[in-house]
Design a protein around this ligand. Structure first.
Ligand code: CO8
Length: 258
C-alpha cells in the first residue's frame, strides 16, 4: 500500500501524503516515497507542485511518534537526516512547491510546509512545533526555517512553549500567505498554481533559484546571482515570445518551456 500519491492536472503535480489513520504522520515509509516521487517528477511537463495531506482534518501531524519512541542517539540523528534530505530536496526543487495545509501542521508537518516555497491553508489549520513537550527538539529544520520565516523572537516563543497557532495567527505572522475555506482550498491553490504555470517556466525557476541562493549571501554577492540568472533568461525562446507578445499586443501567450 502506497502512503504518498501523485497525480497531475495539466502543468500542476499534486503530491498527497496518505496515512489518515495516523493523521498523515511522517514515518520512514512516507519519507522514502516522498523522495521517490519528487525524484520522478517530469520537469518538462510539470511547472508547479502542490503538496497536501489526505482528508480534511490533518495536513501532517508530525513525524511518527511511535517510530521515534525507541530510537537511540545515532538512530535519532539518522531519522532526522532522512527527513532533512527530502525537505532540502523540496526546498531546492527546481520548480515551485506550494504547501496546501488542510488541517494540523504540527512538528514535522509544520517543518515540511516550511520547506515549501510558500503556504496556503484551510480555516481549520493549526501550526506548531510541540517537540519539546515530547523531549526532543524540532529535527526536520524547524529551529532554522521558523526563525527565518517569522523572526527569532516569535519562533523561540512557539518552540519553547510548544504552543500551537491557528490559521489567522499564522497569516498574521507570515507563516501562510492565504486562508481559504476547507472545501475551496484545493481549487484556490490550483488557481495560484495555474497562474504560476502560465508564466515562462525558465523565468519562474530562475526566480526561485535567485531568491533561495541570494538569501544565503550578502547583498553584493546576491545581486550577482540575480544578474547571472537574468542574463540566462535571454538564451530562451520564451523571453523572445514574452517580449514580442507585449510589443505586438498579443494576448494569452503560451510559453513553451524553451
Ligand atoms: N505520530 C504518530 N501517530 C500520530 C501522530 C504522530 N505525530 N499524530 C497523531 N497520530 C495518531 C494518534 O496516535 C491516533 O492513533 P490511534 O487512533 O491509533 O490512537 C490517530 O493519529 C488520531 O490522533 P488523535 O486520536 O490524537 O486525534 P485528535 O483529534 O484527538 O488529536 C492531534 C489530534 C492534536 C493532532 C494529536 O493527534 C496530536 O497531538 N498529535 C501529535 C502532534 C505532535 O506532537 N507532533 C509532533 C511530533 S514530533 C515531530 O514531528 C518531530 C519532527 C522532527 C523529527 C526529527 C527526527 C528525529
Amino acid at each position: 500500500m502506497s502512503v504518498v500519491s501523485y497525480r497531475q492536472e495539466n502543468f500542476v503535480g499534486i503530491v498527497t501524503i496518505e496515512r489518515p489513520e495516523a493523521l498523515n504522520a511522517l514515518n520512514s515509509e512516507v519519507l522514502g516515497e516522498l523522495n521517490q516521487i519528487f525524484a520522478n517528477i517530469d520537469l518538462e511537463t510539470t511547472r508547479v507542485v502542490l503538496l497536501t495531506g489526505s482528508g480534511t482534518k490533518s495536513f501532517v501531524a508530525g513525524a511518527d511518534i511511535s517510530e521515534m519512541m525507541p530510537l537511540n542517539r545515532a538512530q535519532g540523528a539518522k531519522f532526522s537526516n532522512k527527513g532533512n534530505e527530502i525537505f532540502r530536496k523540496i526546498e531546492n526543487f527546481p520548480i515551485p512547491v506550494i504547501a496546501v495545509v488542510n488541517g494540523f501542521a504540527l512538528g514535522g508537518g509544520c517543518e515540511i510546509a516550511m520547506s515549501c516555497d510558500f503556504r496556503v491553508c484551510s480555516e481549520n489549520a493549526v501550526f506548531g512545533q510541540p517537540e519539546v513537550g515530547l523531549g526532543i527538539t524540532p529535527g526536520f529544520g524547524g529551529t532554522q526555517r521558523l526563525a527565518r520565516l517569522i523572526g527569532a523572537g516569535k519562533a523561540k516563543e512557539l518552540i519553547y512553549t510548544g504552543n500551537a497557532i491557528k490559521a489567522d495567527e499564522a497569516l498574521r505572522v507570515g507563516l501562510v500567505n492565504h486562508i481559504f475555506p476547507q472545501e475551496q482550498l484545493m481549487e484556490e491553490a490550483m488557481k495560484i498554481a495555474n497562474k504560476i504555470a502560465k508564466n515562462a517556466p525558465f523565468a519562474v525557476r530562475a526566480s526561485k533559484k535567485a531568491i533561495n541562493e541570494g538569501l544565503e549571501l550578502d547583498i553584493d554577492r546576491a545581486i550577482i546571482v540575480e544578474e547571472k540568472l537574468f542574463g540566462d533568461c535571454f538564451t530562451t525562446e520564451d523571453q523572445k515570445t514574452g517580449m514580442n507578445a507585449f510589443l505586438n499586443k498579443i494576448k494569452n501567450v503560451e510559453f513553451k518551456n524553451k
